[in-house]
Ligand binder design. Structure first.
Ligand code: AN7
Length: 363
C-alpha cells in the first residue's frame, strides 16, 4: 500500500541535516515537533525571575524522546535490509523499538531487567508485539549481552550506540532553536546511558556552526547540565558503578555507553553533572504536575530538580533562559505516581448532598 502522508515526522522536517536520501524508505509515526512549554507558575513559586521552558518529549508517539532516534535507526535498518532489531532497555527504548518495528513490519527483540520496568512501558512493548526477554540482571547486563549477540544472530542494535539514534535525537535541539529563535542559556537533562545529552550537544553544535542559522544562533551554545539519580550516578562518581538503584527506573544505569561523548559535552559547554535523591526527583515531578499541569515520568523530573537546585544555589543566574527536557510521559509509570500522592481519592455516596458536602468542605 502507498502511504500518502508517510513523511510526517522529524526526518521529513530535517531531511537536509540527516543521513537520508530521497529514496530512503522513511519509517515514521509522526514523531518530533513536541511542545516547548514555558512554565508560568513555578518561577513565582520559587521567587526567581527566569524563563524556564520544558520540552515535553513525553508527547511523542510512544510517549518518550526515544522515538526521535528510533525513526532514524529503524529507517536505516530497513534501508540496509535488516529484518530484526534488538535493544537492551530500562523500558522506553524497548517500547519505541517495538512500535517502529511493528510499523516497519520487522521483528523486535528486547532485553529488560526483570521487575524494574514501569508498567506502562511493559504494556506498550507487549502490545506492539516485541519478543520480551526479562533478564535476571540490570540494564548494563542486558547491554553487554546485546553487544555480544550481534555476532551470533542477524539483528541490528537500536540502542543509542547506533549512531543513527543520535542523529535523530539531535533534532530536538533544532526544534528548540527554531522555536525560540535563539539558543537557551542552559539546557538541563536527565542522564542515564548518556545518548541524549550527546545528541543535544551535537544538535546545538551543528546549528552554531551553520551559515544558514540566524545571527543570534551562530557561535552560540547552551551550558549543558546533566542530572542523575543519586543511586545511579556514575558521572558524579567519575567512574562506572555496578549496582545502580533508583525509583526513576528509566535511568537505573551504571555503565553509560556514551561516557566520553557526555564528558565532552560537559567540558566543551562549561556545564556540569550533579545528582539528586529519589525524594528530590519525586518532589520535582509532583511540583510540575501540581503547579503547571504537566505530568512527566520520574526520570524526566530529574532535569527540573536540577534546574531548581542550581537556580537556588545561584549556579544558574536570574534572567537566564533555561530549557529542561522532559524525556518521558508520566503515564508510563502510574504505580510510582499513585504511591507518592498523599491525597487519595475520597469515596462518597452517589447523591447530591454528599457531593455538595465534599466540595464545600474544601472551598
Ligand atoms: C524517560 O529506555 O536507557 O541518557 O533503555 O527513558 O540518553 O540514556 C532510557 C533512558 C532519561 C536517559 N529519561 O537518557 C532505555 C533508556 C527517560 C529515559 C533517560 C531515559 P539517556
Amino acid at each position: 500500500m502507498v502511504l500518502k502522508n508517510k513523511y510526517t515526522g522529524l526526518i521529513e522536517r530535517y531531511k537536509h541535516r540527516l543521513p537520508v536520501a530521497d529514496d530512503t524508505p522513511v519509517i515514521s509515526l509522526g514523531e518530533g515537533n513536541t511542545p516547548l512549554i514555558q512554565l508560568r507558575n513555578i518561577p513565582d513559586f520559587i521567587g526567581k525571575e527566569v524563563e524556564i521552558y520544558v520540552k515535553f518529549e513525553g508527547l511523542n508517539p510512544t510517549g518518550s524522546f526515544k522515538d526521535r532516534g528510533m525513526t532514524m535507526a529503524v529507517t536505516k535498518a530497513v534501508e540496509e535490509g535488516s529484518r530484526a532489531i534488538i535493544c537492551a532497555s530500562t523500558g522506553n527504548t524497548s517500547a519505541s523499538a517495538a512500535a517502529y518495528a511493528a510499523r516497519a513490519g520487522i521483528s523486535a527483540f528486547v532485553l529488560i531487567p526483570e521487575g524494574k520496568i514501569a508498567l506502562g512501558k511493559l504494556a506498550q512493548t507487549m502490545m506492539y508485539g516485541a519478543l520480551i526477554m526479562q533478564i535476571r540482571g540490570n540494564f548494563d547486563d542486558g547491554m553487554k549481552l546485546v553487544k555480544e549477540i550481534v555476532d551470533h544472530a542477524p539483528v541490528t542494535i537500536v540502542n543509542s550506540i547506533n549512531p543513527f539514534r543520535i542523529q535523530g535525537q539531535k533534532t530536538a535541539a533544532f526544534e528548540i532553536i527554531d522555536e525560540l529563535a535563539c539558543v537557551p542559556d542552559y539546557h538541563c537533562l536527565p542522564v542515564g546511558n548518556a545518548g541524549n545529552i550527546t545528541a543535544y550537544w551535537q544538535g546545538y553544535r551543528e546549528y552554531a556552526s551553520s551559515t544558514e542559522s540566524l545571527p543570534a544562533v551562530v557561535a552560540s551554545r547552551p551550558v549543558m547540565c546533566g542530572y542523575q539519580a543519586a543511586g545511579a550516578a556514575p558521572f558524579i562518581a567519575g567512574k562506572m558503578i555496578d549496582n545502580p538503584e533508583t525509583v526513576a527506573t528509566a535511568i537505573r544505569i551504571g555503565h553509560p555507553q556514551s561516557w566520553d561523548y557526555a564528558w565532552a559535552a560537559q567540558k566543551e559547554s562549561g556545564g556540569w553533572f550533579k545528582c539528586f535523591t529519589d525524594q528530590q526527583i519525586l518532589d520535582a515531578q509532583k511540583l510540575l504536575a501540581a503547579q503547571e499541569g504537566i505530568f512527566c515520568e520520574p526520570a524526566s523530573a530529574t532535569s527540573l530538580a536540577g534546574a531548581l537546585h542550581d537556580l537556588s544555589e545561584g549556579n544558574i543566574p536570574e534572567g537566564s533562559k533555561i530549557v529542561c527536557t522532559l524525556t518521558g510521559n508520566g503515564l508510563k509509570d502510574p504505580d510510582t505516581a499513585i504511591q507518592q500522592c498523599t491525597e487519595k481519592p475520597i469515596t462518597i455516596d452517589a447523591n447530591l448532598d454528599a457531593v455538595k458536602a465534599a466540595i464545600l468542605d474544601r472551598l
